[in-house]
Design a protein around this ligand. Structure first.
Ligand code: IPE
Ligand code: IPE
Ligand code: MG
Length: 248
């Protein structure tokens, strides 16, 4: 007799594992607001709601690392008023979400130049990292005041200093060692990097780590990006053949 359960479980067995690490360049908040005659900050506020959805969606899909590009080091060039409202939203997010993220067993980490952030934001970040450090459901990495070139430069400086201090040998430097000096040391490289809003560029996001990431660009503006869009991006990822330079 036809065994439904067996058929269902064999279907499940053929589902490819999700990408371990997904990075997202969350773009298009300003255009979303502009299109509605709203101030840009309204787009950022809606974008924050998308973050909640995408975190839940990533847990559902079984993603282990989700890195969200929230504010680039170059974003400090924006008008002071926009920066201050963005920082206000960030404070709100950190105060409101930590408890729920912790309950969902999400571990939070932050990468980027903390010295440029306000002291109270740094305190909130450190608190979030400390409070969630034992959690294992999802690693939520937020790139804030982050720039990949600056990260790589800092790693090179740190390595040079170790060598000057005779704590390290030049010959000891290889790709794995170098990776450990990046802020993402110990984390797997992103398998999939998604950028919303139709722009097709990396904008200084995880340059070293994304060497072999699959890139998915979608026209959807970040405030409109849904769990279903995330699922579609993962399906697109599964259609790709990752060759890493070898033959297919
Ligand atoms: C992304 O949306 C959020 C940040 C970069 C902080 P934008 O603010 O870049 O929105 P657009 O690209 O102007 O539409
Ligand atoms: C990239 O978006 C940075 C973040 C999403 C945080 P931008 O909107 O700043 O990028 P560009 O300026 O269009 O390259
Ligand atoms: Mg943008």
């Amino acid at each position: 007799m036809y065994d439904v359960m067996k058929s269902v479980s064999s279907l499940r067995d053929t589902t490819p594992p999700p990408p371990v690490h997904v990075g997202i360049i969350m773009d298009g908040n300003g255009r979303w607001a502009q299109a509605r005659g709203l101030p840009r900050i309204e787009g950022h506020r809606r974008g924050m709601e998308t973050v909640r959805e995408v975190v839940k969606g990533s847990i559902e899909l079984g993603v282990e690392y989700l890195t969200l590009y929230g504010f680039s080091i170059e974003n400090w060039k924006r008008p002071a008023a926009e920066i201050s409202s963005l920082m206000g939203l960030l404070r709100l997010y950190l105060r409101q979400e930590i408890k729920e993220l912790d309950e969902r067993r999400v571990r939070m980490r932050f990468i980027g130049h903390r010295s440029l952030l306000a002291d109270d934001i740094v305190a909130l970040i450190e608190e979030a990292e400390e409070q969630t450090k034992e959690n294992t459901t999802l690693n939520l990495v937020v790139a804030l005041s982050y720039g990949a070139r600056q990260e790589i430069t800092a790693a090179a400086q740190n390595i040079a200093q170790r060598i000057l201090d005779k704590e390290m040998d030049v010959d000891a430097i290889d790709e794995n060692v170098f990776s450990e000096f990046l802020e993402t040391g110990g984390m797997p490289d992103p398998d999939l990097v998604i950028r919303t809003s139709g722009e097709q560029r990396i904008s200084n996001f995880l340059l070293w780590q994304s060497a072999y990431a699959e890139l998915v660009f979608t026209d959807t503006l970040w405030p409109d990006f849904s769990r279903e869009d995330l699922r579609q991006a993962v399906l697109e990822f599964h259609r790709r053949e990752r060759r890493y330079g070898a033959t297919g």
